[in-house]
Design a protein around this ligand. Sequence first.
Ligand SMILES: CC(=O)N[C@H]1[C@@H](OP(=O)(O)OP(=O)(O)OC[C@H]2O[C@@H](n3ccc(=O)[nH]c3=O)[C@H](O)[C@@H]2O)O[C@H](CO)[C@@H](O)[C@@H]1O
Ligand SMILES: C=C(OP(=O)(O)O)C(=O)O
Length: 420
Amino acid sequence: MEKLVIHGGNPLQGTVRVSGAKNAVLPIIVASMLATTESTLQEIPQLDDVHTVCEVISSLGVKIDSSQEGTLVIDAANLDSFSAPYDLVRRMRASFLVMGPLLARKRRGKISLPGGCSIGARPIDLHLKAFEAMGAKVNLENGYIEASVPEGLKGAQIYLDFPSVGATENILMAASMAEGRTVLENAAEEPEIVDLATYLNSMGANIRGAGTNIIRIEGVKELHGAVHSVIPDRIEAGTFMVGAAMTGGNVYVENALSEHLKPLVSKLKEVGAIVEEDIDGIRVIGKSPLRPTDIKTLPYPGFPTDMQAQFMALTTICQGTSVITETVFENRFMHVDEFKRMGAKIRIEGRSAIVEGVRALEGCQVNATDLRAGAALVLAGLVALGETEVGYLHHIDRGYDHLVLKLQRLGADIVRVNKE
Ligand SMILES: CC(=O)N[C@H]1[C@@H](OP(=O)(O)OP(=O)(O)OC[C@H]2O[C@@H](n3ccc(=O)[nH]c3=O)[C@H](O)[C@@H]2O)O[C@H](CO)[C@@H](O)[C@@H]1O
Ligand SMILES: C=C(OP(=O)(O)O)C(=O)O
């Protein structure tokens, strides 16, 4: 089994460049299915999730040329299937995003029900209710969601009970080619939604209000291919920023957009780090001792749930007690037991983790329980005494582009090895 072996103690120092955002590139690749001519996507990160989504859409008849590094040329002229199998969907929940484009272009879709994962049950009821509001008939049979809309999608008035990122994206794609106007209220406001809407508009869609909680979409008959460059990954950026603060380092995170990282910047300043923002990136300088702070995850523009585990890693070595409250996912504390194995003092009370900072973590063998938990354990390993081994790397490979190489270049003592 492959593992990361980390010897803690080196401060991160230097410059690291942030790759294209995983959570933007996935829906954007899927949205390319809506066009009848070729699209060129740039700033594509090298991630397992990108390979998986490409496999999903290839299985539907879409042609993808990935011969040039960092670029994908996607041609969906011959979209000839409407069914996405369990084997691919179970690897990546974002696979369910193909339902919107399939309904728009094929008037039917059959996709395996994604199922829960280690961070929560993650139902898709909001996606399905929206498709029904747009005229689709939806059935669950043998583990597959089958939806069809023989007369074509119709624009609708949709209110989301929760500002779900995935549901907002699926609706944007479906509504772009529906007949008439869709008004989506309580929409997700994440930067990745804005990037998707920008891409769809450059394909000929008519979407207004992305980035606010009311999005209006006038459906059009056809979309064409476009050239689009994916936004930088704010969660990857945040992970390096927290790493710099924790290790007492000095890192310039190039390509990080400070307008996407406000809650994290404010929390890093609260714990005592120096944060300098400019047009090309963000510098974080770690200062000792780190002060404790409380965080509560919320939909954007609140503190991102995808940074909760990494920030918890930081609070394990703050001088005092921090309270971390998770409100987006009901079960996103799987990393707590792993941190405890490294000597962290944490107790869970309902949706909150009470973290009492310790003088030092101790290296030991731990396993990534999900993507961000994996990144958080790596950060913990960077400050722990002695050797830390992080296993279950498939989680980390889903969403971090060359993490080990980037950390090595910043001076971390980290290697990937094959170990029994
Ligand atoms: C590929 C991608 O972009 N993934 C991100 C996306 O996931 P994803 O799009 O799955 O997250 P959602 O915003 O949809 O989910 C947020 C909450 O809403 C619930 N919910 C969602 C849909 C639904 O139909 N019913 C329902 O109850 C979920 O169980 C969860 O508790 O946003 C999450 C929240 O910022 C991030 O953590 C993920 O990294
Ligand atoms: C939860 C995440 O991703 P996904 O929705 O793809 O599982 C994440 O990026 O932290």
